[in-house]
Design a protein around this ligand. Sequence first.
Ligand SMILES: Cc1cc2nc3c(=O)[nH]c(=O)nc-3n(C[C@H](O)[C@H](O)[C@H](O)COP(=O)(O)OP(=O)(O)OC[C@H]3O[C@@H](n4cnc5c(N)ncnc54)[C@H](O)[C@@H]3O)c2cc1C
Length: 458
Amino acid sequence: MSDSYDLVVIGAGSGGVRAARIAATYGAKVAIIEEYRVGGTCVIRGCVPKKLFVYASRYKDLFEIAPSFGWDVGTPSFDWATLVANKDKEIARLEAAYIAGLEKPGAEIIRDRATVTGPNTVKLQKSGRELTARTILIATGARPFIPDIPGKELGISSNEAFHLETLPHSILIEGGGFISVEFATIFSGLGVHTTIVYRGDRLLRGFDEDLRVGLEAGLVARGVKIIHQTNVLGLRRTGTDITVSFSDGVDAPFGAVMFATGRSPNTAGLGLEAAGVELAWDGAVVVDAYSRSSIASIYAVGDVTNRAQLTPVAIREGHAFADTVFGDKPTAVDHSLIGEAVFAEPEVGTVGLAEHDAATQGDIDVYVTRFRPMINTLSLKSDRMMMKLITRPDGGQVLGVHILGPGAAEIIQMAAIPLGMQATKADFDRAMAMHPTAAEELVTFKKPSYVYRNGQKQ
Ligand SMILES: Cc1cc2nc3c(=O)[nH]c(=O)nc-3n(C[C@H](O)[C@H](O)[C@H](O)COP(=O)(O)OP(=O)(O)OC[C@H]3O[C@@H](n4cnc5c(N)ncnc54)[C@H](O)[C@@H]3O)c2cc1C
């Protein structure tokens, strides 16, 4: 049996769903194939459930400062099963909304696993059907990379972390990226003794140094133990615990071990090499500015291309693909200014150049402030908030904004707009401050804290 379509999308995640929906809206006959759940990583086991868990974990801090505002909350208790059940209900609601959003413009959802068998053909594993397509879109995302070490099957990835039956008494999280620090925030906030082990010398490689230092200090203040420059060499079961062998010769038991050691583009076994599609060393589909692969009829968007593993990027790429191929509006996505949020505690928001990058690209002025967020001023909580503005000299173009502390992600989303418009410090200063807010600091900086001239900090 053979069916033919204008577009067959493999993967109903952030990028695939947007591309399928927009292409169908343009009148294309579209099939979208999904082997797991509609919504993909972000909705089912990524951004959305993660943020719900982060909200749950933040109650610990709120309960701690509540007495300073006169509240007596007694002894708070937490029920993991309730959180997981409520989260699952919300995810099911969102999945249904995604399904409706695809079906409304007429996209056909096929629940199966797909492989590519040629430039215009896709085979469905369960049903054995072969589909032909004028255009194929690969939107299969990425999957957790698990280091190949003895006992690795005893560990979990973020996928399983969303469905643990009970919370462990302790957890070791390996990795230094945003998934590692967000889960460290979640587990420690929910009362689990949490340790991060990372092969580098500081978490969040590539981020502005003040964010990295401040984030580590904040995590440590919340009781997270951080082990640097160390790898996990192996895991073995000891009673109900897992004993971890570290590269510094130490062995230690943990209730659970989670790998947050990166995510690999999901192309293994997809048949792309056989179809002649060029892949990068890490398995990512190599694409041009319009997301077209080395085979003219095959495109790819989202994590599988490894341009930036973020949902809004996948969505933007999916939409641009549909505009280009089915809307007669060739659209290339601009990847040059991508803001990032890390929903850790303290929260991180960042857009534009980090100080170490900006300093290599000409003279800059750096404005930094650190202060106690107002919510903590009645309590003994000593967390500091950090805000940094990096500009061309003497009030010139703003090149980077970096924030650590409450609301950082929300503030950075708005700061990304003037940065995209190449706003200057004078443009920022023209905005009337809103008081009392934390963000008012960004529009009231008077003198640079320090400057770089000819690459030298002064
Ligand atoms: C724990 C975690 C937290 C995250 N938090 C954030 C965040 O806060 N903000 C943010 O912007 N990003 C976040 N991300 C990243 C974000 O989830 C991804 O960038 C985004 O989902 C990528 O979308 P995509 O369409 O490329 O792939 P996905 O959303 O992964 O979708 C790919 C889909 O393809 C399906 N599939 C794969 N192979 C096949 C096949 N052969 N046949 C059929 N179906 C197949 C998969 O089942 C999946 O549903 C997070 C990721 C994780 C893991």
